[in-house]
Design a protein around this ligand. Structure first.
Ligand SMILES: Cc1ncc(COP(=O)(O)O)c(C=O)c1O
Length: 414
């Protein structure tokens, strides 16, 4: 039985000891956004296990998990059917001299599921997929300029990293920027690219950190499609974060806009390392010509896990469940915020919510809120969008809301 969060608050030692060891042998103790120093005081750095919608830290504290490993966990941690498929494949071999039959099966699954796709190829990380899409678009068009929205995240490689440390201006020489959902700024960037436009690369919705999330408007999506058609460029949708949570046939299907190329990762194998590029026949030759590969890109286990994940996602209408749970959370938060006289802003699709506080320029309210929730066994993020999973039940959401009630009581006194 996991220990209660509050009991251990003063005695958490395993995490502290691991941090001390890590600080000697891992730069900064942990790299990138996963460094717990970027979160409010009290967040664990190290985790021990997870199941369903619960994660446990190395000190045995259990939390209802609203980060889902920052997206990959779609069906719940260690989903039995996915893990059984992965284990069965692991018994045959994961890292072979080339792909297994499962790669063709999985490509067929993707092509059958996605109206825009005539082919699929596989990688490991989201940045492998976004980079491959950009490379394929350039190979297919013979053009160089790629338009990206200001502040959008597409990975941590030099061409797209949010940091400039170690990055040269040449790495980003052919990137041009527009404002998400702003058709005029998109047109201005298209004009700036002139006759050298290779692609517009756009996330499925605007999910920049520490600001309200925005769904794409129909006008913006249509303008992106038209601009690409007009210039012979590729429309690339980066589905790495949103993929399978909004619409398993593609996040822009409801807007009637289909991409030429799509980058996938995170949720597609429910926590196993896998990314995919899907594309239309227009870019098949280009995708054949580019040299893209990775030592582990053929790993069969993650592909078997992905097949099971896609099967379940289709069978269970995962987006509908996530949406229902997200709405329950959102409506409960609104009621509680009103009751405590707290002004919050909730944005984004309910499946991937962000909760920000009004009058919170220094982030103190948001930080205190998530800290109080954490002490009571609910793992939230103060600034980043969160993630629901198929494993979250109404009872889990209600448990998180009763913790929210207590946490809001404290925030209201700040
Ligand atoms: C929209 C988007 N694109 C690309 C990436 C990069 O994925 P990865 O970290 O797996 O390289 C991410 C990661 O969060 C993402 O959210």
């Amino acid at each position: 039985m996991a220990k209660q969060a509050s009991v251990l608050s003063e005695t958490r030692t395993a995490d502290a000891m691991l941090r001390a060891r890590a600080s000697r042998v891992v730069p900064g103790g942990m790299w990138g956004h996963l460094n717990a120093a970027r979160l409010p005081e009290g967040y664990p750095q190290f985790f021990a296990s997870a199941e369903g919608c619960r994660v446990r830290d190395v000190d045995g504290r259990e939390y209802i998990d609203f980060m889902c490993s920052w997206g990959p966990v779609l069906l719940g941690h260690r989903h039995p059917e996915v893990e059984a498929a992965a284990r069965a494949q692991a018994d045959l071999g994961d890292c072979l001299n080339g792909p297994g039959e499962v790669m063709v099966d999985l490509a067929e699954d993707f092509v059958a599921m996605l109206p825009h796709a005539d082919w699929a190829m596989f990688q490991k990380n989201g940045a492998d997929a976004t980079t491959s899409c950009v490379t394929i678009a350039r190979a297919g068009t013979g053009k160089r300029k790629v338009l990206v929205a200001k502040g959008s995240y597409h990975g941590a490689l030099p061409w797209c990293s949010p940091s400039v440390a170690g990055v040269t201006t040449e790495d980003r020489a052919h990137l041009l920027h527009f404002e998400y959902n702003d058709v005029a700024s998109l047109h201005a960037a298209v004009d700036q690219a002139g006759n050298d436009l290779a692609a517009i690369l756009v996330t499925a919705f605007r999910h920049d950190m520490a600001r309200d999330l925005e769904l794409p408007t129909a006008e913006f999506a249509a303008a992106a499609r038209e601009a690409c058609d007009g210039a012979g460029a590729a429309l690339i949708i980066d589905e790495v974060r949103a993929g399978l949570r909004l619409d398993i046939t593609g996040s822009w299907e409801a807007l009637g806009v289909r991409p030429d190329l799509c980058a996938w990762s995170k949720a597609i194998a429910n926590g196993h390392a896998l990314a995919a590029v899907t594309g239309s026949d227009r870019f098949r030759d280009a995708a054949t010509k580019v040299f893209v590969t990775g030592s582990f890109w053929c790993g069969t286990v993650a592909m078997a896990a992905a097949r099971a994940t896609l099967r379940i996602a289709q069978k269970s209408d995962v987006p509908a469940h996530l949406r229902a749970m997200g709405l329950r959370l959102r409506e409960g938060m609104t009621l509680l915020a009103d009751r405590h006289g707290i002004a919050i802003r909730q944005s984004g699709p309910p499946q991937m919510p962000t909760i920000l506080f009004e009058d919170d320029a220094d982030g103190a309210k948001g930080a205190r809120f998530v800290q109080e929730a954490l002490h009571r066994g609910v793992y939230l993020h103060p600034k980043h969008n969160m993630f629901l999973s198929l494993a979250h039940t109404a009872a889990d959401i209600d448990a998180a809301l009763s913790v929210t009630d207590e946490a809001f009581k404290i925030v209201a006194r700040l």
